[in-house]
Design a binder for this molecule. Structure first.
Ligand code: ANZ
Ligand code: ZN
Length: 869
């Protein structure tokens, strides 16, 4: 995921880009054609706020920040394809964002309707949610923010709801958690629609309700509609004033975390219960029914729905129960009272449906209603269309022109981009700055040529970021957003790495746009060819593997008495394991929490790089936790990585003195190697296998580093036999070092350095250069300039045959309990299964401990019923 150019790289960035950089480098060494691009999600509110507060133009602010962050990315040694760099705020990019808007409009998937915005009545401007404080007041003027309706642009993502839901099943390499969040967001709900006749004096009509519980229809005691429901136009005069006051009270912006309880007013309208002829039920306008879900009206069943119950209480309604809940369903029981929300069996007051289970009753009730014409099966989705209009300056202008005669007219594609004017003033008052640039707003209608006005809204920045991965494949195209061929061969993104905070919106919007591009033929070869080629995940899904990296948390100290966060200089860390609060001498409370200024637990990557180097910092980030888990940043333990690198450096030094040749094919035979050589050779092959799998599919870099450490330790305990390395004088009682052939030592060291280099690239290069330049196999000493980069070397391969152990230790359980181990030479094991079983059985019985567990006192075998190998 590309970053927002906030101006500073934080540890979260270091983590995500350390992962992607290591991956990209390793995959290149493995021979893959890797695209590892970088760009900037450069439009958005902070740039505009900086302009309002500090008088810097958003563009200048953004460009500066990008330069700083790019420098920091280089410091963490991230090797991006800078020739593919893009920024969403440049006309070369947003021209194509606008183009895609036009495509969506052409397909009927971009449309306008009224929607509510936050309105600051003092500054007379629309506010983003982030600009409204917790008390519902404007960040700048302090005025109480109101709700206003404006005509705004939407993308019809609901049209794809079913596809977006179904195709989650194709995403085999996405975390289940993320898929579940998407499912919930899409929120498919199966139920029914019922029509209730409203026959109040002087007015009649229908109220349609959507319910997920048709089995509770006999328990309907009122209807509840949203305050926007059209039936409210029929409210009798006697009830109008109260209704108006109620609506007015809902206009205040409520930003508190606590949901208001159900409230509502009677409308004076009465409806007929379709299943209970002669029963009249009142209609209320309420706050808890939303206008844009289902039908915007609900059948009120206080006996079985929590909110209906709470609302009924406010109206003094005597609650009726119609279902006896099944205890296995969870939820309250009849004895506890309140709303009984679990499904169960219908009580005797349900006419012909009494005694049926909820499931059977729901089906029968809907069938009957369908037959009589007042009901039908219905599926609703919770997902809403995507509101993309922003009344802001720093975004891609919406490429539409409003003409009195022709209505909204698209800007012709050849006139794109609609360039964002640069000469503007930022006051934060009086609406978007774009509205005030007369000669930009005024234009002629592309259709009739008459005078017209540009749309002054800009697009939600989520639009920019939901297609940038296509542009990375063809960043310099000046004719179209991306070429069909390049996108078809390059997509889907093989590994997409980013934070879990994007689990819903960004990923859903990206899936939507990518599916749109696929369905309309902007890329892809169609479902059939795709399935045949086995192209996974297919159907326009943009991301094959999704790796959601966990948060980097900082060490936090709190005053044990007051609970206040302590600054770093208030804590004595001379004994890292036992920190002491300087002022009191007490041990502070410690925890790991999300890094933030207010908790004084932030860590600046630049400081880490300055004091420990980029290689150790990267290794530490990757070693401390698996990528998807939270990482507790602990600066003290970074020394572990520095020690590891020092050990590797020593091994590299030893290797240069072996006198053995450099790289090349090296395939020792197991038979001719001594025991120590076989062990080293085996560890090397295990390590290569582990790292290869890690870089190809498991991304378990923490385990990978542990393997590299183990290999290094093993190399440190052996000596190349014909070595000229002088042994330390004080050998004393130290075990004499095991000897291995110089060729093996050299080969293993080279492989170690190759595998380490994607994780610690600068160190890797240095080791490689040292190994090459001092290698006697090259006739003249190579100078650094002529040593090829380690990243042009091939990734080491491993030999399955070398993984086989000499000896196997095998645990023996008797009656489910581990009792002893047997050990045998692999070479002695017979090849066939029956032979193997007999061989092992024999070993078991021969074992001294077998006496105790398997043989009776007379040395005879007890009755062994079954042996499982
Ligand atoms: C009667 C009923 C009885 C309901 C009962 C629930 C339990 P899901 O599952 O999320 O789709 N509902 C319908 N439209 C609504 C709206 N616009 N605003 C607020 N609530 C609405 O939820 C469907 C249920 O949510 C519907 O089923 C309806 O209440 C309510 F024992 O109808 B039910
Ligand atoms: Zn016109």
């Amino acid at each position: 995921m590309f970053p927002y150019p906030s101006g500073i790289l934080h540890m979260g960035h270091v983590r995500v880009y350390a992962i992607s950089d290591a991956l990209a480098r390793a995959r290149r060494m493995m021979g893959f054609d890797v695209v590892h691009p970088m760009g900037w999600d450069a439009f958005g509110l902070p740039a505009e706020n900086a302009a309002i507060e500090r008088g810097i133009h958003p563009n200048e602010w953004t460009v500066k920040n990008i330069a700083v962050m790019k420098g920091q990315m280089e410091k963490i040694l991230a090797d991006f394809d800078w020739d593919r760099e893009l920024r969403t705020c440049s006309p070369e990019y947003y021209r194509w964002t606008q183009y895609l808007f036009l495509k969506l409009h052409e397909a009927g998937l971009a449309y306008q309707k009224e929607a509510v915005v936050n309105w600051d009545p003092v500054d007379e401007t629309v506010l983003a949610n982030e600009q409204v404080d917790s008390e519902g007041k404007s960040w700048r003027s302090g005025a109480v923010v109101e709700k206003r309706k404006l005509r705004q642009w939407f993308f019809k993502i609901t049209e794809y709801a079913e596809d977006l839901l179904q195709d989650l099943d194709r995403l085999q390499h996405w975390p289940e958690r993320v898929k579940q969040m998407q499912r919930n967001w899409i929120g498919k709900s199966k139920g029914a629609e019922f029509d209730f006749k409203v026959n109040s004096p002087g007015s009649s009509g229908d109220i349609q309700v959507f319910t997920s519980r048709p089995d509770t229809v006999f328990g309907v005691q009122f209807l509840a509609v949203s305050v926007e429901h059209p039936i409210l136009q029929r409210v009798p005069v006697s009830h109008q004033q109260q209704l108006e006051e109620f609506k007015e009270s809902l206009k205040k912006v409520n930003t508190s975390e606590i949901e208001p309880g159900p409230e509502g007013v009677p409308t004076g309208l009465m409806a007929d219960h379709p299943f209970l002829p002669g029963t009249k039920i009142p209609v209320y306008a309420v706050n808890y029914v939303v206008s844009d879900y289902g039908t915007g009206a609900v059948m009120g069943v206080p006996g079985h729905d929590e909110r209906d119950f709470a609302f009924a209480k406010t109206q003094g309604i005597d609650v009726k129960y119609v279902v006896t809940p099944e205890p296995t369903e969870g939820g309250k029981t009849a004895a506890e009272g309140g709303a009984l929300t679990a499904r169960g069996v219908l009580m005797g007051n349900n006419g012909e449906f009494s005694g049926l289970t909820s499931e059977a009753a729901a089906e029968a009730i809907v069938k009957k209603a369908d037959g009589l014409g007042f009901g039908r099966e219905k599926t609703s989705f919770r997902i809403r269309d995507w509101l993309l209009s922003r009344q802001r300056y720093w975004g891609a202008p919406i490429p539409m022109i409003h003409c009195k005669g022709c209505g909204p007219v698209p800007v012709p594609a050849e006139d794109l981009p609609v360039v964002l004017p640069m000469d503007v003033s930022f006051t934060g008052r009086g609406g978007s700055p774009l509205k005030q640039i007369d000669d930009w707003v005024k234009c002629s209608c592309p259709k009739c040529g008459g005078s017209a006005q540009r749309d002054t809204d800009t697009m939600d920045t989520f639009v920019d970021s939901s297609w940038y991965f296509f542009r990375f494949l063809d960043p310099h195209n000046t004719k179209i957003p991306f070429s069909h061929a390049k996108a078809t061969s390059g997509m889907p993104v093989d590994v997409y790495i980013g934070g879990i905070e994007h689990a819903i919106l960004h990923l859903l919007y990206s899936r939507f746009l990518s599916k749109f591009a696929w369905k309309t033929g902007l890329y892809g070869r169609g479902p059939e060819a795709e399935d045949k080629a086995g192209k996974e995940p297919g159907r326009g899904e943009p991301f094959k593997v999704l790796l959601t990296q966990g948060m980097v948390q900082g060490r936090t100290f709190k005053d044990p008495v007051t609970g206040a966060f302590l600054k770093p200089d208030e804590v004595d860390l001379s004994d890292p394991a036992n920190p002491i609060q300087k002022s009191t001498g007490l041990a502070p409370n410690q925890s790991y929490e999300k890094m933030s200024k207010s908790k004084f637990n932030g860590v600046d990557p630049e400081d880490m790089i300055a004091s420990h180097g980029a290689d150790a910092t990267r290794l530490h980030v990757l070693y401390k936790a698996p990528p998807s888990e939270e990482l507790e940043w602990d600066e003290q333990s970074i020394v572990g990585m520095q020690r590891f690198l020092a050990k590797v450096w020593k091994v590299v030094g030893n290797a240069t003195q072996t006198g053995a040749g450099g790289a090349g094919v090296f395939e020792p035979s197991m038979e001719t190697m001594n025991k120590d050589e076989r062990e080293l050779w085996r560890t090397l092959n295990h390590t290569v296998k582990e790292l290869t799998t890690s870089f190809q599919s498991t991304y378990a870099f923490n385990t990978s580093i542990a393997f590299l450490i183990k290999l290094t330790n093993q190399l440190s305990t052996v000596t190349p036999s014909s070595s000229t390395i002088s042994q330390p004088a004080s050998k004393k009682a130290k075990k004499v070092q095991a000897e291995v052939s110089p060729e093996l030592y050299q080969h293993t060291t080279e492989a170690l350095v190759k595998m380490l280099s994607p994780l610690a690239p600068a160190f890797g290069e240095e080791c490689w250069e040292t190994l090459q330049s001092r290698s006697p196999s090259t006739s003249s000493v190579t100078t650094p300039e002529t040593t090829p980069s380690i990243f042009s070397e091939a990734w080491p391969s491993f030999h399955e045959s070398a993984l086989k152990e000499d000896k196997i230790v095998c645990g023996i359980q008797v009656n489910g309990k581990s009792r002893f181990n047997i050990e045998y030479d692999v070479s002695e094991l017979p090849g066939d299964k029956t032979g193997q079983e007999a061989f092992l059985r024999d070993l078991v019985y021969k074992h001294e401990k077998a006496q105790k567990w398997l043989l009776d006192d007379g040395g005879k075998v007890k009755d062994v019923k079954k042996m499982i190998v």
